[in-house]
Design a protein around this ligand. Structure first.
Ligand SMILES: [Zn+2]
Length: 113
């Protein structure tokens, strides 16, 4: 439960306290609380792209369904509206994909350094 809250609040995967982000689009190099190196190697965030698909696809599906239920418009109008909402949500998906990736990598990596 603590980890889930830490992920929602975009906190460090090790101490669950330090902020991952220091600004809307600026990530901390290391955890300000425990010093964990976030970007462990060049290209580390490539894995976050996988997480962004895992977050983005269900989000888009939920938006499509939500817009359709709310409006009962025809398919084209629903697609355009849901895509517009999805683009508006993209920065949040991008931020959370990195946080989810950090936590996944932390949980899956047996050598925690
Ligand atoms: Zn930390």
């Amino acid at each position: 439960m603590g980890r889930l809250i830490a992920m929602v609040a975009s906190r460090c995967p090790r101490c669950l306290k330090g902020r991952v982000w220091r600004g809307p689009f600026r990530i901390n190099q290391v955890c300000p609380v425990c010093g964990l190196l976030f970007e462990r190697e060049q290209g580390y965030w490539t894995g976050a792209m996988v997480a962004s698909y895992a977050l983005g696809v269900p989000l888009l599906a939920a938006l499509l369904f939500g817009v359709w239920v709310a409006t009962r418009w025809d398919v084209t109008a629903v697609l355009i509206t849901a895509d517009a909402l999805f683009i508006a949500a993209a920065p949040f998906v991008w931020r959370y994909s990195r946080v989810v990736w950090l936590h996944l990598d932390w949980l899956l990596d047996p050598i925690h350094g």
